[in-house]
Design a protein around this ligand. Sequence first.
Ligand code: MN
Ligand code: MN
Length: 459
Amino acid sequence: MKNEELKEKLCYKRESGYKKQVDLKEINDFCESYKKFLNIAKTERDAVEFAIAYAEGRGFKEFKRGMTLKTGDKVYANNRNKAVIFAVIGNKGMEDGARIAAAHIDAPCIHLKQNPVYEDSGLCLFKTHYYGGIKKYQWPTIPLELRGVVALKNGKTVKISVGSNPDDPIFTITDLLPHLGKDQMQKSLSEGVPGESLNVLIGSRPLEGEGDELVKLNILNILNEQYGIVEEDFLSAELMVVPAFDARDVGFDRSLIGAYGHDDRVCAYPALRAIAEGDTPEYTSICILADKEEIGSEGVSGMKSAHFDTFMEDLCEMQNARVRVCYENSTCMSADVAVGFDPNFPEVLDKRNGALINSGITLCKYTGSRGKSGASDAAAELVAHMRNVFDADGVIWQMGALGKVDQGGGGTVAMYMAERNISTIDAGVPVLSMHAPFEVVSKLDVYMAYKATKAFFKN
Ligand code: MN
Ligand code: MN
């Protein structure tokens, strides 16, 4: 055998997905819908609302405890409008296990404090508390919009969204001019913009007449006219500031998408499409869109919440199945973004093991930091199963690690699924500028996340 043939037979090739057969029209069509989703779903509540409406349009019904479901039935469970689980009942019983795709729909952003409105030096501002792992210096001097809800004492909820329509006003966080930035520029990137200075500019025109803080009073008056709220109502509000720009094609060749919140809506949207469009599966398909991943999956709407276990128990009880046996036989694709190899930062990335943009959905055998601390480490047998499933369905995929050893690290919902005795593996789309207000992914990789999740549900 010639060396070339031997090389072909023995060596593993990492190459661009464009070296393989890809249908550019399918990729582009899917990504156009994904971009629309991104523009609508900038918060977890937006994403839940979108996902439920999408699923209801495709035959999903709200799950009620005590329902009897048969093979092929489609249900969802809304967890407090901040997370949602979809299920399609499979041919096999619950004790044979489920196929679970778990993605998250929260993203790093800036939350308003509970008493946010104040006036200083003729300007009106919001006090904020950032959410998730942001680089604070990236948030001043960009256009921002306000989204969220104000819950009233009378039980009603007022939805607020200002800044997404071209006619809307927007907001911004100001930064210091370079002329006076001598001290600021000496500080480290993490200290240059302190958390308490991320105050959002919301107005400057005073009400006519006499009195104190008339700029603030004018803003409160506008809010009262438009939403019927008073300042005290902010105490029971969940309002967040997110970038006020739409998803756009990036590059002369339009091969990439730049947008806010790819992490992790770039896995959530393909998972939603995959579960909504699939045929009746062998194993029950579950798609969970979780909240609070960015702060450790805590709380009632995070992946650690028993909401998931309760829902799975409810499904099991219908068949007199035991949820612990269901978990034991289940497989979970923890669908969260991977780190895309960025040629600007080779010093922290391992080119041989990092995920390459356009090389497809990225399996991550393990996460964690230092000596794999905090890792969920998928078994070799599960990785082999996924290789088989993806290859059989023509999914373009790659194996990817987070970065160089000892450069940091991270994790996602995988470990919380694995702790439930569910075989779990990380898989997701590689992202550039992760957690920045404007993140970048490749269209080919987005489409492969969709194909991969479909293939995963089928097997
Ligand atoms: Mn994520
Ligand atoms: Mn993240």
